[in-house]
Design a protein around this ligand. Structure first.
Ligand SMILES: [Zn+2]
Length: 299
């Protein structure tokens, strides 16, 4: 059977990832471009995506485009209600893109769509109650309850803004949020403020933790302790069988899971302890889920 193709577009706070994906969910020609800063009307973002889609369409016919974005959304109407890291408010982003490329666009939330990939063919497959937490520029969770991803009209799962008693200012305007301590962006910023003037990637930072660097260790510990506090709340309220970590930071593997597991071992009392796992699709879960919703649209 010959393959069909879609383009998956993941607009993140730091970069826009664009990939061609076939109907067997093989990923081709993955590119990433820095996300335009403060692009409130998304004009520049749309221009970047449309240019790439046009270019990719010359190599193979593209039948649909999947577009996933962070924040609170009206998924049915294709509207980004609030995306702090993108500075978008009430933006009809799906129709803006569809008008620019004239190809059907499937629209979804970045985290819930990545969770769909884990639910259909990854670490949450066959599991009824799970929580999926990708850690990137921001943090949100997909809540899988009784085998279904909960959306609550697009507002559920914004755990990045749980108060974990942090000291840093968050994009939402409050101090104390999980996202301002444990996101990849927060980890890099905290490390830069403590010593190194240049920005250091999180990959480099967890490498430094392994080699015993005290500043990196301090930043990593703050990040994992705060994540444990958030997990404790989620476990107490939702009793998941498994918590799955994804996003760029999940490449740290056991470096990420071990301190959280140890912390939970000492803080949980009566609660059922969930397994902690890394997403099977790793940091590609978003792209694969995005292709899934695009293929669902044309099925
Ligand atoms: Zn916040």
């Amino acid at each position: 059977m010959s393959s069909r193709y879609v383009v998956a577009v993941d607009v993140g706070g730091t970069e826009i990832k664009i990939a061609v994906v076939d109907s067997h969910f093989n990923i081709y020609s993955q590119t990433s471009t820095p996300t335009p800063k403060a692009d409130r009307t998304a004009a520049e973002t749309i221009r970047i995506i449309a240019t790439q889609v046009k270019k990719l369409s010359t190599a193979q016919p593209i039948e649909a485009v999947g577009l996933i974005v962070p924040g609170t959304l009206d998924e049915a109407a294709g509207i980004a209600r609030w995306a702090g890291n993108l500075q978008w408010e009430n933006l009809p982003i799906r129709d803006l893109l569809q008008d620019a490329i004239d190809i059907p666009v499937a629209f979804g939330h970045d985290v819930r769509t990545a969770a769909l990939a884990e639910l259909r063919s990854g670490a949450a497959q066959g599991i009824k109650d799970a929580i999926f937490i990708p850690i990137g520029t921001g943090i949100a969770a997909a809540l899988i309850i009784n085998g279904e991803i909960q959306s609550a009209q697009g507002n559920a799962g914004e755990i990045g803004h749980l108060n974990v008693d942090g000291k840093r200012l968050c994009v939402c305007g409050k101090v104390g949020c999980l996202e301002a301590v444990s996101s990849a962006l927060a980890i890099s910023s905290a490390y830069a403020e403590l010593g190194s003037a240049v920005s250091t990637s999180t990959e480099k930072i967890y490498g430094l933790v392994t080699s015993g660097d005290p500043l990196a260790t301090q930043v990593w510990k703050s990040a994992t302790v705060a994540m444990s506090r958030a997990c404790e709340v989620l476990i107490t309220v939702l009793a998941p069988e498994v918590i799955i970590f994804g996003g760029g930071l999940s490449n740290a593997g056991e470096m990420l899971l071990r301190p959280i597991r140890n912390d939970l071992d000492s803080s949980l009392t009566f609660q059922q302890k969930p397994r902690l796992e890394i997403a099977k699709h790793g940091s590609n879960a978003g792209v694969i889920g995005c292709a899934m919703i695009a293929f669902d649209l044309i099925a």
